[in-house]
Design a protein around this ligand. Structure first.
Ligand code: ZN
Ligand code: ZN
Length: 266
């Protein structure tokens, strides 16, 4: 089984298109590249039902779409027999866990992906950069502290791009052991994402040392391209599978109505 559990539903012009027609090119691209099942994970902050969570302009400015058509687009595709799952990429907002849970509760999610894109109002992968504000060492400390809180929140099935803070290629020595301990204790999976290969850092998320620490603790994994267009579905998955196998992983996690099961990888 080769799943791709992280992508954003767009039309042929790269625009947000939460309609079931726009699902088909993603499914066709998946089939062409040997991906058996895909899960759409649109950014949570696009949806006006979640507006009360956002204070950062990047998120509140984008918070204009209705959740219902998005949910319906994917559910319709599933009803047509396509191998698609309904998910969401959810920014973890510290202190707003119960509100986040309540806002998302009415919808039939298969899978919720937890992300840390902002820490203390500063961007991990955008502007204004957390790295510039506090320096590399402190940025890493704060980012992973927030990632651990996201894990402990119990809101998520998997953690996206788990070491996103390395995106610009600026790094520091870091002991991943405590992070992996928290992830293992919380029962959440971690995502192996090829998106980092297309960023300045030029490597997958997470770093092999973090993945090894997760493997030692029996943390389950999911597979992800973070595609924002069909041509990126399953991109570089041969490398992701090799990374997983070299870390000792033989299975990958599939979700259905937020229940996890393991399938043989490959
Ligand atoms: Zn993300
Ligand atoms: Zn994403």
């Amino acid at each position: 089984m080769i799943p791709d559990y992280h992508m954003h539903l767009r039309n042929g012009r790269g625009e947000i298109a939460h309609d079931t027609r726009s699902v088909d090119p993603f499914v066709e691209a998946a089939q062409a590249t040997g991906v058996d099942e895909i899960c759409f994970t649109e950014h949570v902050y696009y949806f006006k039902q979640t507006r009360s969570l956002w204070s950062i302009p990047y998120q509140s400015e984008r918070c204009v779409y209705d959740l219902e058509p998005y949910v319906q687009a994917v559910v319709d595709a599933r009803t047509r027999g396509l191998p698609v799952k309904l998910g969401l990429e959810v920014d973890y907002v510290a202190g707003r866990e119960e509100e986040t849970r309540a806002l998302l509760a009415p919808y039939p999610w298969d899978y919720l992906l937890g992300s840390v894109h902002y820490v203390d109002g500063l961007a991990v992968d955008g502007e204004p950069r957390l790295l510039d504000a506090v320096g590399v060492k402190e940025a890493w400390r704060r980012y992973f502290e927030r990632l651990e809180a996201a894990a402990r929140s119990g809101l998520f099935d998997s953690l996206s791009h788990p070491d996103l803070v390395k995106i610009f290629g600026e790094r520091t020595e870091f002991d991943y052991g405590p992070v992996a301990d928290t992830i293992a204790e919380s029962g959440v999976a971690v995502e192996v994402s090829t998106a980092g290969l297309r960023k300045p850092v030029g490597e997958m998320y997470p770093h092999p040392e973090l993945l090894a620490a997760c493997r030692e603790r029996d943390v389950p994994v999911t597979l992800a391209s973070d595609a924002h267009s069909p041509d990126l579905v399953g991109r570089d998955f041969d490398r992701a599978v090799r990374l997983l196998q070299s870390a000792g992983y033989e299975t990958v996690t599939i979700f259905e109505q937020r229940l996890a099961r393991q399938e043989p990888l490959g």
